[in-house]
Write a protein that binds this ligand. Structure first.
Ligand code: PLP
Length: 358
């Protein structure tokens, strides 16, 4: 039983869709129909399909989630671009590495990994006399600690600073399980293998008109890590698309929308609450404060024991969990209750196994 915070378990009907005969993505018109339906469904999940005045387009690139992070930076950063990277975790810090590798100037405004986003420091940095930022990056759910960040308040501070700042938000492990304020974000990133419960293979984004204009104004550094060739695909895709992944994500989003976004979000809240309740009974503490814990993932503190517990869960119960990442690898055990896995029965089965090995 795959209960990691991505990739998540893929429902049987999605796996069945993947086993159908392959369609040629460049030649067979059925592929375009599938891609168009996928992007329509994705726009609904992103909440950017509101009538004729929608000023955001969604795209699905062939490549796993990190491609979206790199493409956002590669499409918006050129030598000298000033980027404020707001962070309280590994993915937030990683944006600064991407910015530097594309020649931009990254200013990291960071808090400790179990703390909230440093919003006062963000405000001060944006108000500083020498502030000349073009872009702000941040992460909605820091998956390594299971922290859901208050992106709305960060966007308030950015809007109050009244500079023409573009925003890039990594919502890879929240989108589809938690409400994301996509209508205020210029580039909002998602991926197939987290709350959508499709296999890894597609990076998704909702891109604002402002962000498209900024991308058009830059020299592209990359064909592959680039959203622009996907803006208008009426003349075809820039490269052979990942047919099976597109079919899978389309089917997975169909399931999600049949259930309804509100029902899916509620299911995530219920599963997360159950996971933490069962954890508390076992004396396990989540890493962040309860009010910052994400409905999609729980990271329990298990100092020095994460790898041994992971191994015994796998060998004795066939339950696959993740350890921490980076420095905390051995001290944190992570349960992904996201997407298809956000179900009380699946959480209970996982926690029964964890109780046994503990
Ligand atoms: C999973 C994840 C990604 C994408 O990483 P993958 O290599 O595609 O798994 C990006 N950001 C966050 C916050 C994630 O949890």
């Amino acid at each position: 039983m795959l209960m990691t915070p991505g990739p998540t378990a893929v429902p049987e009907s999605v796996r069945d869709a993947m086993s159908r005969e392959l369609i040629n993505p460049d030649v067979d018109p059925r592929f375009r129909e599938t891609y168009d339906r996928l992007t329509e469904r994705l726009a609904t999940v992103y909440g950017v399909d509101s009538g004729g005045d929608a000023d955001r387009d969604v795209v699905a690139l062939g490549g796993e989630g990190i491609l979206g992070l790199e493409a956002a930076v590669a499409s918006l950063v050129e030598p000298g671009t000033e980027v404020l990277c707001l962070s309280n975790g590994l993915y937030g810090e990683g944006f600064a590495d991407f910015v530097e590798s594309y020649g931009g100037e990254a200013t990291l405004v960071a808090a400790e990994h179990d703390e909230p986003l440093p919003l006062d420091a963000l405000e001060a940095r944006l108000a500083a006399a020498d502030a000349d930022f073009d872009l702000v990056t941040m992460v909605h759910c820091e998956t390594p600690t299971g922290t859901l960040n208050d992106v709305g308040s960060a966007l308030d501070r950015i809007e109050d600073a009244d500079r023409e700042l573009l925003t890039v938000v990594d919502a890879v492990s929240s989108l589809g399980g938690v409400e994301v304020p996509t209508d205020r974000i210029d580039v909002c990133l998602g991926a197939s293998q987290k709350c959508f419960s499709a296999p890894p293979g597609l990076a998704t984004a909702a891109v604002s008109d402002r962000a498209w204009a900024a991308m058009e104004a830059r020299d592209p550094h990359s064909l592959y890590a680039n959203f622009l060739p996907f803006r208008d695909v009426s003349d075809g895709f820039p490269y052979t698309h990942l047919t099976t992944e597109v079919v899978a994500l389309d089917a997975a989003l169909g399931l999600l929308l049949d259930e309804g976004l509100d029902a899916v979000r509620e299911r995530h809240e219920t599963a997360a609450a159950r996971c933490r309740e069962r954890g508390a009974e076992l004396g396990l503490e989540p890493v962040p404060d309860p009010e910052r814990s994400s409905p999609t993932v729980t990271a329990f503190e298990v100092p020095g024991r994460a790898e041994a517990l992971q191994e015994r869960l796998r060998e004795e119960h066939d339950v696959i969990l993740a350890t921490g990442l980076g420095e905390d690898a051995g001290d944190v055990l992570r349960i992904g209750h996201m997407g298809h896995n956000a179900r009380v029965e699946r959480v209970d089965e996982t926690m029964d196994a964890l109780a046994d090995v503990l």
